[in-house]
Design a protein around this ligand. Structure first.
Ligand code: C2O
Ligand code: CU
Length: 426
């Protein structure tokens, strides 16, 4: 913390080498280390600054995914950091407590940079997350779970540029950079903050032998805890879940075959894949855990107050028939207004949709109210083929006629190939 109270972080994006498999090291990228990056953490109301140094051999950028901040601080493709340069982003945290993350966003190169290892969590706290009664000892009963799929060839991390309709689907699952990850649980309830940090794969997380309690999604707490058997997460989505353990027992967090919707060839886009993700191994005696609160928080944007409806057709690598152009502003919105964004996946293969700067709510999906796991504050949603998602969002605080924010598919190859657009807040 600097003298003026600013909480200052430093991130150095650099080349490294990692040993994921026995007897083999492989080239990787990381922030301040060889692979992935440190968990950053701040409280609502705090002024934060991040000094990002690029020690890589090529330009990159660092985007604060899910964060409400000025467009010049967003870390998108317009905030490119050249090799050897340092970029300072500074803003005030003004949004609910949540599990956010950060990752590079260089134009056309995002898949490569994230895949090689550049990503980390950015946790926000506030009074409501404290009052929710959730396990909160980081690394003890509050556990980051960054899930990524990778490909290896002779121990070498490989990126298959051919890929398929969604991008790269690896057959090796990592949690926080570890293959075959095991968590030693010492408390009756453990909170997993799951991030789908994969470039293309959609998962359906759950257990064979128990349900779990979903407490938060992308933008923070749900209104109340929800009991579930499965949660589907497409790239960049987050879910905070509570898992109850009995002393001396084990269970496995799996990824089951994900429901991808009306896709033409499910097996070609990961629809038939199942994985063990994280083994939970409880100690012979467990520290008692408090039960979470019965209700967490109130929120809700009123779709009736929306002044504008915009439509976004996702098809192939285009939105509304256009590929991303850094020099073109696709949408201009006004500050202090509420809008409906109607997003439709026109293809018969997966896409998802992410909007910078805001957390939105799903009004309806083909006219139906969203299921409880999609009823919270979101910045990224899976878009099933041939369905229409109506999202309500409100633009607040920051305006900049010259610097846009992005909206895009977070299947990173799609994003890199043009499934992205730009909006300014006036
Ligand atoms: Cu997580 Cu525009 O990105
Ligand atoms: Cu896509």
């Amino acid at each position: 913390v600097a003298a003026d109270g600013t909480r200052v972080f430093t991130l150095d994006a650099r080349e490294g080498s990692s040993q994921f498999l026995d007897d083999a090291t492989t080239a990787t990228w990381g922030f301040n280390g060889d692979f992935l990056g440190p968990t950053l953490r701040a409280e609502r109301g705090e002024q934060v600054a991040v000094e990002v140094t690029n020690s890589l051999p090529e330009a990159t950028s660092v985007h604060w995914h899910g964060m409400h901040l000025p467009a010049t601080m967003d870390g998108g493709p317009h905030q490119s950091v050249e090799p050897g340069q340092t970029w300072r982003a500074e803003w005030t945290i003004n949004q609910p407590g949540a599990t956010l993350w950060y990752h590079p966003h260089p134009h056309g190169r995002t898949e490569q940079h994230v895949y090689k290892g550049l990503a980390g969590l950015f946790l926000l706290d506030d009074g409501e997350t404290e009052a929710a009664g959730l396990p909160s000892a980081y690394g003890v009963d509050d556990i980051p779970v960054i899930v990524q799929d990778k490909s290896f060839d002779d121990g070498e991390l490989t990126i298959d540029d051919g890929g398929n309709e969604v991008g790269l689907l690896g057959s090796t699952i990592m949690v926080n950079g570890t293959i075959g990850a095991v968590l030693d649980v010492t408390t009756e309830i453990v909170r997993l903050r799951i991030l789908n940090g994969s470039t293309a794969r959609t998962y359906s997380f759950g257990f064979d032998d128990r349900s779990f309690t979903l407490v938060a999604t992308d933008g923070g707490l749900l209104r109340a805890p929800v009991e579930l058997d499965r949660i589907r997460l497409s790239p960049a989505e987050r879910a905070e879940i509570l898992v109850r353990m009995e002393p001396g027992t084990e269970t496995m967090l799996h990824s089951f075959k994900p429901e991808l919707g009306r896709v033409v060839v499910p097996f070609a886009v990961g629809g038939n894949d199942e994985f063990d993700v994280l083994r939970l191994r409880a100690a012979d005696s467990l520290t008692p855990s408090a039960e979470p609160a019965a209700a967490f928080t109130e929120f809700g944007l009123d779709a009736e107050t929306a002044t504008t409806t915009r439509t976004f057709q996702l098809q192939d690598r285009e939105i509304n028939g256009q590929r991303m152009d850094l020099g073109r502003i696709d949408e201009s919105v006004y500050v202090d207004t509420t809008e409906i964004w109607e997003v439709r996946n026109q293809d018969l293969s997966p896409h998802n949709f992410h909007v910078h700067d805001v957390q939105f709510e799903i009004v309806d999906i083909d006219g139906d109210a969203p299921p409880p796991e999609l009823a919270g504050r979101k910045d990224t949603i899976y878009t099933e083929p041939q369905r229409t998602y109506r999202l309500v969002m409100r633009f607040e605080e920051y305006t900049d006629p010259a610097m846009p924010y992005m909206f895009h598919c977070h299947l990173l190859r799609h994003e890199d190939e043009g499934l992205m657009g730009q909006f300014v807040v006036l």
